[in-house]
Design a binder for this molecule. Sequence first.
Ligand code: OSB
Ligand code: MG
Length: 353
Amino acid sequence: MALIAGIEFRKVNQPLNQPFITVLQKVQEREVTIVIVRDAEGREGYGECVAFDTPWYTEETVTGSRFVMEQVLAPLLLNERLEHPTGVERLFSKVKGNHMAKAAVEMAIWDLFAKRQGVPLHEFIGGVRKTIPAGVVVAGESDALAPNVKAEIGRGYRRIKLKISPETDAALLKSLVAANPEILFYADANGSFSGRALEELLAFDQAGFALIEQPYGEQEWEAHSAARSKMTTPICLDESIHSFDDVKRMAEQQAGDIIVLKMGRLGGWSETLKVVEFCRNEQIGMWVGGMIEFGVSKAHNLALASLPEVKLTGDFSDSGHFWQIDIVSPEIRVEHGEIKLSESPGIGYGLNI
Ligand code: OSB
Ligand code: MG
């Protein structure tokens, strides 16, 4: 039984090393809220709220999520006695939506419980891997694409995600992929093919991508089904997946082969672990996605990727990819294309903020 004796919030705001450019938004600066929960013995658990400053990716925002965490979720949790972190979902069940806010607080509780047991979070959730393959996204200015890809390969990455849209030169990407046969390339469309003829997407089917992520809008299930039936490249859904029910719907409508696991969007560990079990049974591929995150969120994501069911390489870049200095110590390091999981209790990283 853990008594939740305290909860604290800290704002983090840092410029990105390079602007992150997609059809949705140009991101140059990132603000998140770090959540710290404390038990009666003074142990701490850490979570990170990954809502953006404005609602360009999901409906939540930094300001709105801070309000929900502080004024709505914290009072539900404070002075509660929890037997297991799965109990948080029930405490929060009367609060509608606000998945990123809920996930951040819930993550902190999972970290706290793993620390109370003295085990790494990856072990606490049943992970089996000791190292996680790294993956990076290249989303800078388009004329820097080829040199950026070359630079990331030089840093040891073996999986590279490229952003695509109907304006992207498919032939150029095809030659880039063909020139680097040892690299696994993903394409992420962020819904940009919405309203376009299927032929425009088919132009990318022979480019050699291991998957194409979210060609159409969040709710465009039929368009995804139609694309899936016509294409050889697997379709992967990211923005469409907000809940367990969305994953069931994808399976029923055959709208995708693979999903991106984003704990923030799913509402936390409990919902995510249910999704993982379902996908294992349905043979739906999974990988862990990033949203320009700091080390606390990355550490939770690394634990998630240690599960045997998560077989595809996720968005796991070095702390130095986005940040001058990350907020965790030690920083998260990619070596020879891999990240070694921390064997310290909980998320295995301390805070340096
Ligand atoms: O679509 O996966 C996405 C970043 C912000 C919002 C949405 C997305 C992304 C990324 C970044 O692609 C991946 C990363 O953080 O490594
Ligand atoms: Mg995506």
